[in-house]
Structures are given as structure tokens and as C-alpha cells.
Design a protein around this ligand. Structure first.
Ligand code: ADP
Length: 360
């Protein structure tokens, strides 16, 4: 296994720079997820680590070796793609054995590895089957088996679950995480799906437009996003936002946020830098909003009610933005009714509207 170090990595296609100086250290044995919207440069970054794209600038270390110019086969990496890329005419066993055979390893040396990988991936009963006689999830497991028998220093996963249906995706998510816990290998995993990132990663790297927005443990990022992009990207339903101007509170002492519709939200924990007149965006997650009968912070007219079974999402408008309030109680509410809401100070995030940076 190996640590990976990216220092000032950038990528240019002709005149267009698409990755802008990435600095990232990945520890030996760590599971790191690169997440971000489509086109933010995550695949390009991963393909540079794999040796499938030339690195335009910066340094890539895999273990202690500078790998910028190493051919892919010398990087000791296994990659699992979205398309499983199995050989249709070869059995499961032969698909998994393909790498060792190409490298002319003796069957006696690789057979135990294949059997162990097949057992670990629950493919033991399918070794003689052709890929077309397998389900999508089983095919993806064969692709993982092929990666595992190489015993690489580094595993790269590029959106490996995108072709699976929702239920299988959840199941394979758990399997990949369990596999990592057993093998304790270094993993870089690319996805646009923030739930995959949250549930699988030791650390998440949130990317946007070729740059890193924030790096941290899943709950660190969830609880303390450093900017509006990360705040809105992680979480489903996503964080609610209200843009306003900091004013002296009309009725009490202290500061409030005046929204475009003229309503005010009291800022109990106003940051030192938020002087009156500052343009500030308040954020609060749907599950942190409480429905109250007395002294509400805001009132919302409910437009849509979504029961999910475990919880209910209430949607309405605050300050011109659509907000979601998640409650664990089942609701008898009808569209058009008003709910009175409290926004607990400990769960309020404040951002500078212009720079997007976190204030509190
Ligand atoms: P992601 O994996 O996050 O969806 P990509 O790494 O695939 O993003 O792409 C990042 C950016 O680089 C995109 O704007 C894409 O259009 C651009 N890009 C990718 N490949 C090429 C290429 N071969 N030539 C020019 N631009 C490219």
C-alpha cells in the first residue's frame, strides 16, 4: 500500500486549464472520495494519478516515487470504472485471472488469490459463468475482483456504481466499504453523488471548477462547511439559505438579518465581522429547524408536503427561497397552512454573500 501526494497539480488542454493547482496528501490505507458536480475535474485528476492523462504541471508521488512520467503499468494501481469492461467470452474466473495470466504468473501462484477474492466478493458459486449470465452487481464485483488480485498499492474507482439501480448502489456502497475495511488499502474514489461520498469516505475532497473547495471528514464538512458551495453541495435535502442585510434588530437589542421580503431573523450569534449593512447569507439544515408554537424565528406557508415514511419534508418559501423543513412527526398539515419555526442558534451557519466564505 502507498501514500499519495499531489503538489500543485494542474491540467491544461491546449489553452484551457481545467485543473488548477491541486494540493492533496492521501495517507497509506486511507479512503478518499473526490466529489463535485459534473465537469469539475475529478476524473481528469484521477486519470492523471492513473497515468492515463499527462500531468501538465506539479508533482505526483505514489509512495516515495515521483510518478509523473511513469507508464500506467508501472504505477502499481488498479482501477475500477463505471463500465465494468469485462471480457464477454471469458468466465468469471478467467476475467479475474486475466491480469496474472498476461503477466505470465504461474497458475499455482494466482489461483489461491482468485479463490480468496471470489470468496470475499461472494462470487464463489459463479466462477464458471460468463458475464452475460450475471446481474449488474455481480459484474461490478467481478471488476473489483480483478482489481483486488493485482494487490496494487492504490485502488482508483471512477464512478463505479453509476450504472446500477438505486437498491444495488446502496448494497455495493456497503460492500466496497467493507472490502476496504478488510484490505486496508489506499483508495481514491470519484463520484458526483454526495451520499456516496458521505457514507464511504474517511475524508472527502469537495471539488468545484478544477479547484478544491474543502477537505475533511464527512461530518466535519457537513457540520462546518467553509463556504456556500460546500454547504449547498453536501446534504439531502440540501441546506436552506436566506440572503439578507445585517441590521439593528427592530424590536430587541442585537443584530438581525433583514431579508428581501422585509422580514427579519434575529442573529443570536452574529459574527464580529458582521456589522450593519453587511450582506450575509444564513444557512440552516432542514433537520435542524424546529416547529414551535411560541416565539418563532420565521413563519412559512407550506406549499408541498412530502412524507417519506421515516420523516416528512415540508416545503415553502422564506425570503424568496424555497426552504425544506424535516420533521420526524407525521403531519396532518395541508398545503396553504402556516408553520411557525425556530432556528436554533447552534445550527445557524452564516456566510459572506459575496465571497461565499463562512463567517460563523
Ligand atoms: P468530472 O469528472 O468532474 O465530470 P472531467 O475531469 O471529466 O470532470 O472534466 C473536467 C473539465 O475538463 C470539463 O470541463 C471537460 O469539458 C474538460 N475536458 C475533459 N477532457 C477534455 C479533453 N480531452 N479536451 C478538452 N477538455 C476536456
Amino acid at each position: 500500500m502507498a501514500a499519495v501526494q499531489l503538489s500543485g497539480i494542474y491540467k491544461r488542454y491546449g489553452d484551457t486549464q481545467v485543473v488548477h493547482g491541486i494540493d492533496l496528501h492521501i495517507d497509506d490505507g486511507e479512503f478518499v472520495v473526490l466529489v463535485g458536480p459534473s465537469g469539475c475535474g475529478k476524473s481528469t485528476l484521477m486519470r492523471m494519478v492513473a497515468g492515463l492523462e499527462e500531468i501538465s504541471g506539479g508533482d505526483l508521488l505514489i509512495g516515495k516515487t515521483r510518478a509523473n512520467h511513469l507508464p500506467p503499468q508501472q504505477r502499481n494501481i488498479s482501477m475500477v470504472f463505471q463500465s465494468y469492461a469485462l471480457y464477454p467470452h471469458l468466465s468469471v474466473y478467467e476475467n479475474i485471472a486475466f491480469g496474472p495470466r498476461i503477466r505470465k504468473e504461474a497458475p499455482a501462484s494466482f489461483k489461491p488469490r482468485i479463490e480468496a477474492a471470489a470468496k470475499m466478493l461472494n462470487l464463489g458459486g459463479y466462477l464458471d459463468r460468463l458475464p452475460r449470465a450475471l446481474s449488474g452487481g455481480q459484474r461490478q464485483r467481478v471488476a473489483m475482483g480483478r482489481a483486488v488480485v493485482r494487490e496494487p498499492s492504490l485502488f482508483l474507482f471512477d464512478e463505479p456504481l453509476s450504472n446500477l439501480d438505486a437498491k444495488l448502489r446502496v448494497q455495493m456502497r456497503t460492500e466496497i466499504k467493507a472490502l476496504h475495511q478488510r484490505l486496508k488499502n489506499t483508495v481514491i474514489y470519484v463520484t458526483h453523488d454526495q451520499i456516496e461520498a458521505m457514507t464511504m469516505a474517511d475524508r472527502i475532497v469537495v471539488m468545484n471548477a478544477g479547484r478544491i473547495e474543502q477537505i475533511g471528514r464527512p461530518l466535519e464538512l457537513y457540520d462546518r462547511p467553509e463556504n456556500l458551495f460546500v454547504a449547498s453541495f453536501l446534504g439531502s435535502p440540501s441546506m436552506n439559505f436566506a440572503e439578507g442585510i445585517v441590521v439593528k434588530h427592530a424590536h430587541a437589542s442585537g443584530l438581525a438579518l433583514k431579508l428581501a421580503d422585509g422580514s427579519e431573523i434575529v442573529l443570536e450569534r452574529a459574527p464580529a465581522s458582521a456589522t450593519t449593512g453587511a450582506k450575509v447569507t444564513l444557512g440552516v439544515r432542514p433537520e435542524h429547524i424546529e416547529t414551535v408554537t411560541q416565539t418563532p424565528d420565521v413563519t412559512m406557508q407550506v406549499e408541498v408536503i412530502e412524507p417519506t415514511g421515516a420523516e416528512t419534508h415540508l416545503y415553502g418559501k422564506i425570503g424568496g427561497n424555497t426552504w425544506c423543513v424535516t420533521t420526524r412527526q407525521r403531519s396532518e398539515m395541508q398545503p396553504g397552512e402556516r408553520v411557525t419555526l425556530s432556528l436554533p442558534a447552534a445550527h445557524i451557519h452564516l456566510f459572506d454573500t459575496e465571497s461565499g466564505r463562512r463567517l460563523v
